[in-house]
Ligand binder design. Structure first.
Ligand SMILES: *Cc1c(COP(=O)(O)O)cnc(C)c1O
Length: 413
């Protein structure tokens, strides 16, 4: 049966707990799994029999979450990680070697930019493009280019990648496309259907939805042909065909680095995932209404991809069915006014997170981007007067009333 989105969230890729009939998968809060004979454990260890041995390598609660995410994104498998950053790191280190080059958007999540700097010490170089477009990527491709990495909706620049065009270009050159789809979520788009080869989420954000666990996930489309001559670290795994990438991840780097997701956090994510559709519908509605309010109020410059004045309006219509995600940024005119506005707000919390049910606000220039260069800030759409709003599920009338009184207060000064 082909299910629509919310039905699939509840019933797809999910079997409850066959041992007890529990309707949600229990939290298997254990480090190890005992077996009746050394032969049985030998087989499990060597992937010759299904089963679990040790939670760093596999756990039923975590596996259930992985299967649900993989099914939702139309992948052939997924590996859950301790954080979104662990997922970004492991996804790339699974295939890259010293001498390899990455091409990436310069407006990426700050942690990812910092990671790419860290990778230089291991001989992996990243070239940043201002916009992830065919025109900007093409001149940077050479025989060492082994990955193109992009976020579908940049945060906080809120630029959108034309993923169909970019994936066509990179595939012509035998390069895989890595998409961090955290801010888009499977509710807005399934990147694999548009040519992404590896999809990454910080599931700490919209998938969890309640702001209660750090976690990440890597989903493999199974569609990229990994030539083991170009990717020598996959040599031993080439025999697994389309499962080569996942096999090395699970049996090699991910397991050995030890960036596994805890069963408790996997459980929290599975619970959150079930309401992803409801929350995203409300979040995107709220964000659009709030953006329209800012547009009308005067004195505030607003950026939101689903506003007709946005340069990404037509892409948001084409890729996301007219929705624009749940992040809105505004410019107030000065850093001082930005701080005053934030201090006057009663409902939004001042916090560095996105994807929570609560509305969160932050001044990125003095926090997330405090160590960035002027150029990096500009590429990320971060100015001294920028406030990023991660819109929550509160009643929109209350949010608008609160922002209205905060802005009104500015005018009186
Ligand atoms: C938060 C975030 C990350 C990092 O995720 P953590 O779970 O905080 O490690 C990566 N990419 C994007 C787009 C994010 O928003």
């Amino acid at each position: 049966m082909i299910m629509k989105f919310n039905t699939e969230l509840i019933h797809g890729h999910f079997n409850g707990d066959s041992a007890t009939g529990a309707t949600v998968v229990p939290i298997y809060q254990t480090s190890a799994f005992a077996h009746e004979s050394p032969e049985k454990l030998e087989n499990i260890f060597n992937n010759k029999a299904p089963g679990f041995a040790y939670t760093r390598i596999g756990n039923p609660t975590v596996l259930s979450f992985e299967n649900r995410m993989s099914g939702l994104e139309n992948g052939i498998g997924a590996v859950a990680c301790a954080s979104g950053m662990a997922a970004v790191s492991m996804s790339l280190l699974n295939v890259l070697s010293a001498g390899d080059e990455i091409i990436a958007g310069s407006g990426l999540f700050g942690g990812t930019i910092d990671l790419f700097e860290d990778l230089r010490a291991f001989g992996i170089t990243t070239h940043f493009v201002k916009h992830v477009t065919v025109d900007e990527i093409k001149p940077l491709i050479n025989e060492n280019t082994k990955a193109v990495f992009a976020e579908l909706i940049g945060n906080p620049a809120l630029d959108i990648v034309d993923i169909d065009q970019v994936s066509a270009l990179v595939h012509e050159n035998g390069i895989p496309l890595f998409i961090d789809s955290t801010t888009a979520t499977p509710y807005l788009i399934r990147p694999i259907e548009h040519g992404a080869d590896i999809v990454i989420h910080s599931t700490s954000k919209y998938v969890n939805g309640g702001g209660n666990s750090i976690s990440g996930i890597i989903i493999d489309s199974g569609r990229f042909h990994w030539d083991v001559k170009r990717y020598p670290v996959l040599e031993k795994y080439g025999k697994y065909g389309k499962f080569a990438y996942l096999s090395r991840l699970r049996n090699g780097i991910w397991r050995n680095v030890g960036a596994c997701l805890s069963p408790m956090n996997a459980f929290m994510n599975s619970v959150g995932l079930e309401t992803l559709g409801l929350r995203m519908e409300r979040l995107c509605d709220n964000a659009l209404k709030l953006a329209k309010f800012f547009e009308a109020v005067g004195g505030i410059d607003v950026n939101y991809p689903a506003l007709p004045k946005s340069p990404y309006y037509s892409l948001s219509q084409k890729l996301f069915g007219g929705r624009g995600g749940a992040i809105v940024t505004i410019r107030t005119g000065s850093r001082d006014k930005a701080f005053q506005l934030m201090n006057r707000l009663k409902l939004p919390l001042i916090a560095t997170n996105i994807g929570d049910v609560r509305t969160l606000v932050i001044h990125p220039a003095s926090t997330i981007y405090t160590h960035s260069t002027a150029g990096q800030k500009e590429n990320a759409g971060v100015y001294d007067d920028t406030i990023r709003i991660s819109v929550g599920i509160e009643d929109i009338e209350d949010l608008i009333e609160d922002f209205a009184q905060a802005i009104e207060g500015l005018k009186e000064e």
